[in-house]
Design a protein around this ligand. Sequence first.
Ligand code: E4P
Length: 236
Amino acid sequence: MIIEATGKSAHSVTIKRLMKFFLDSANLAELKDAASWGIVDGVTTNPSLIAKEGFPVQEQVRKICDIIDGDVSAEVVSLVAPEMIVEGRRLAAIHKNIVVKVPLIPEGIKAVAAFVKEGIRTNVTLCFSAAQALVAAKAGAYIVSPFVGRVDDIGWPGIEMIDDIMTIYRNYDYKTQVLAASVRGPLSVIQAAKAGAHIVTLPYKVMQQMFHHPLTEKGLEQFLSDHRKVFDLVNA
Ligand code: E4P
């Protein structure tokens, strides 16, 4: 929607795609405000974000789907595949836009393969390496979520992980979308866009920071003051 990337694949086919902005929040007020800007394509939640709001995941994501018309990731909390599958089916039944979020562990990958057969879309989360992202793509994940900020937090360049994943996916034409998660500020968003990530999920605060530039505010103040000097006098 906002940022358009054009490039050549290994087979010289021109790829044209648009970077999607998701909001990384389960807070309804934040979601309503951000939705009013018209640039939010979807939502990611996780068990911590849902717990912060204090309502059961089913109830909260249903309300989120009423606010944002786009993919809404809702995460399972079971740790074994059969239970994840039951939980994921229930989540997917809430709304057509639900994407079932599954942790990147062997049981999660088993569940992803089962979801693929049932046509349930998945977001494989807690990805911290290109090797893990390759596993997610092989299982048929709809989205994989590499956590850029948490990798940065332990002193590794998180963005290099996105670069590597993009290269690997392009090499083999994997259809899994790469969602840059755990983003701490606009710089990470720009880096993710330069790396060609399909989606970036932004906390509300980072989404607000994307608009901000001191020269915009200063310039606007000057324009309005110049305008007032002439036209407020004329209209007085
Ligand atoms: C991704 O979908 C996660 O919800 C999220 O980006 C985690 O970010 P954090 O590291 O800020 O908790």
